[in-house]
Structure formats: structure tokens, C-alpha cells
Write a new protein. Structure first.
Length: 118
């Protein structure tokens, strides 16, 4: 596990003035009861080559890249969340696309993520 990530969950609120939904992403806290801070976790990324492809959405060509992410066991990660991969430059955001699975006796959590770029 040589990469640092932040797992984020979607938070939807309603704008009181216009009544529209506002979507924001908040970091998953390190432990229950902890303050909401950008907790970073150590993780392992392995590219899934057969998942690479190209699609067209709204006349824009998008290429996608998939990876398998492994991290220490956590029971609070779901496929509705996303992962922010921290690197030397800009952070890269991946959407979790599979339900996380437990590896071993609660040793690791593993799931597949997908990144889009145009």
C-alpha cells in the first residue's frame, strides 16, 4: 500500500433561496465520532487493462480507466462513494463502481474504481 487516498461521500442539501439541490463531497472520517477532516488512508492501486475503453456522452469522447483498490479493512465504504487519489500534482478522482468486498478475515477491503477523462 503505497498511495494515499481520501474516501468521500456525497452530501446533498437544498438551497433555501432557489430550492435546488446542492451536491458536495465530504471526506469519510477516520473513526466514528471523529470530526469531519480529510482523513487520508494508505491504499494499493492496480490498473485493470481490460476495463479501458472509450465512450461518447453528449458528443464528447470520454476514455475511462479502471483500477482495483485495496486498503485496510473498513466496513463503512459503499459504491455510492468516490476516492480521491493524492499524488505529486493534482488529485485524481475515481468513482467506486463495485460494492467493496472483504479480503481475508477483515484484513483488507477491495473494490473497483473508474476514472473518466476527456
Amino acid at each position: 500500500m503505497d498511495r494515499q487516498v481520501t474516501v468521500e461521500k456525497k452530501q446533498v442539501t437544498v438551497d433555501p433561496t432557489y430550492g435546488t439541490e446542492l451536491v458536495s463531497w465530504i471526506p469519510l472520517v477516520a473513526q466514528a465520532g471523529s470530526p469531519t477532516v480529510a482523513a487520508r488512508f494508505w491504499a494499493r492501486f492496480r490498473d485493470v487493462l481490460q476495463g479501458r475503453g472509450e465512450t461518447v456522452k453528449m458528443d464528447v469522447a470520454l476514455s475511462s480507466g479502471r483500477a482495483v483498490v485495496g486498503m485496510r479493512y473498513r466496513s463503512d465504504i459503499t459504491s455510492a462513494m468516490r476516492v480521491r487519489l493524492h499524488g505529486d500534482g493534482d488529485d485524481v478522482i475515481y468513482q467506486i463502481i463495485t460494492d467493496p468486498v472483504m479480503i481475508g478475515r477483515k484484513e483488507e477491503t477491495e473494490f473497483i474504481v473508474e476514472r473518466y477523462s476527456s
